[in-house]
Design a protein around this ligand. Structure first.
Ligand code: CDP
Ligand code: CDP
Length: 225
């Protein structure tokens, strides 16, 4: 059985990265968190105080970005520095949709993503994997849950580091980012026509990974996991 390419798209807090990690570990596949790449570009733009989209685009095109597997998930290295610990702050989350809407930034990231995925045996999570990055992915999942459920999940994660944030703030921020990501001109967040819609509002992470494995088995009868 050939190794599959599995695309998992969906809004913030749907469980994409957690489920992708479980799947990649179980299948012995690579894992690519494409959101972390856009977050790293955003972090660099903030660090360099770049606001003009042209300047952000030029920086992204010149950035030497490497993605490496780590024990705790994927690490992003930009110009030789591991920026992974800095890319999930509220400040980066607040600007990432604006940066990821820039066409030249997307072009640079998509080229890197396709290169990583060219050999198959990989799980990619993001917003436009099934529609743009890998339109021929073997398996396409659009993972979602209600905005309230997703906000509760994110709130639980954030309370330790950011006690000032309320549940209402988190829900507003998630809704804002979903809106921007779904309404941008280039490669908006959208279910690919041939993607399977999976609402995991009532499922655990393990249960979600199991549901995706069943989808793989039903499409590829020789699939072994
Ligand atoms: O983990 P969370 O859902 O909060 O977000 P993420 O996957 O880390 O992605 C952060 C942001 O990057 C998204 O809100 C999008 O603006 C952007 N993104 C994108 O445009 N295309 C992708 N393939 C992945 C992420
Ligand atoms: O990558 P994405 O933004 O789609 O979501 P995530 O970062 O994988 O998941 C957000 C949070 O929700 C994590 O703390 C997950 O453990 C949790 N989660 C959950 O408890 N149950 C699910 N079915 C999905 C996510």
């Amino acid at each position: 059985m050939k190794k599959l390419s599995i695309a998992i798209d969906g809004p913030a807090g749907a469980g994409k990265s957690s489920v992708s990690k479980i799947l990649a570990a179980r299948l012995g596949y690579a894992y690519l968190d494409t959101g972390a790449m856009y977050r790293a570009v955003t972090y660099e733009a903030i660090e360099r105080k770049l606001v003009d989209p042209e300047a952000v685009a030029a920086m992204a095109e010149a950035l030497d970005m490497e993605v490496l597997p780590g024990q705790d998930g994927m690490h992003v290295i930009t110009d030789g520095r591991d920026v992974t610990p800095f890319i999930r702050t509220p400040e980066v989350s607040g600007r990432v949709s604006e940066v990821s809407a820039i066409g030249r930034v997307r072009k640079a990231m998509v080229a890197l993503q396709r290169k990583q995925a060219e050999k198959g045996g990989i799980v990619l999570d993001g917003r436009d994997i099934g529609t743009t990055v890998l339109p021929k992915a073997d398996i396409k999942i659009f993972l979602t849950a209600s905005v309230h459920i997703r906000a509760v999940r994110r709130f639980k994660e954030l309370t330790e580091g950011h006690p000032e944030m309320t549940m209402e703030d988190v829900e507003k921020e998630i809704s804002r980012r979903d809106y921007l990501d779904s309404h941008r001109e280039i490669s908006p967040l959208k279910k690919a026509e041939d993607a399977v819609l999976l609402d995991n509002g009532e499922l655990t992470l393990e249960g979600t990974a199991e549901a995706i494995i069943r989808i793989c088995r039903s499409k590829f009868p020789g699939f072994d996991a």
